[in-house]
Ligand binder design. Sequence first.
Ligand code: CA
Length: 233
Amino acid sequence: MAKIFQATHVGKVRRNNEDSLIVIEPKIFVVADGMGGAKAGEVASRTLVETVKNFLLKTPPPWNEKILASAILTANKKISDLARQNENYSGMGTTATILSLDEKLAYFAHVGDSRLYRLRNNFLEQITEDHSYVETLVRRGDLTPEEARVHPMKNVLIQAVGAVEKIFIDQANFPVEGGDMFLLCTDGLTNMVDDESIKKILQTAQNPADALIEAALSAGGKDNVSVIVVGVD
Ligand code: CA
């Protein structure tokens, strides 16, 4: 059995919450951070989680990384079709980070700058890479991670579901260990709260999802913030 906590908040500045998240019982977890004018971001992220859910419910297990990636591809088509059919939705897109657990393995598929973290033996590791412009600069050595955190273009994505011609989906699996804790979150958390503080909250909070949201809000809450925390027994 796993302990699951989830929470989302519009934040202190924005008027709409363009994030969507879903827990598909028993052990699939999805966060999505939509973008686009007016309400398009909300439509994109909601379409993502609903399409992924419908796809997975129709697909027999194991829900491995290939299946998760197929679910994202299906959502990609649906979102880009919607964007083509309605000019209010033109250019909309969403991040997608999906984690699936079975007895032995963790599988993930990922597009964008939402993140999957794993806390294991008091070590917090960011499992996913951000598909952002500044992250490419960091990897090339042109920016330090500290510079990237405050860079004016840090919100520019190079990959988004529904919004680019051809999406590239990161996908992999790794063995699960007892005591592992997983965090899926949107950038409304990671732009406000550093990894060290996230780790402390995961280690100590009664309800880590609520505590992470609270930390993002205390730090300014400049963006929508969504988190799912999964503790493996
Ligand atoms: Ca965001």
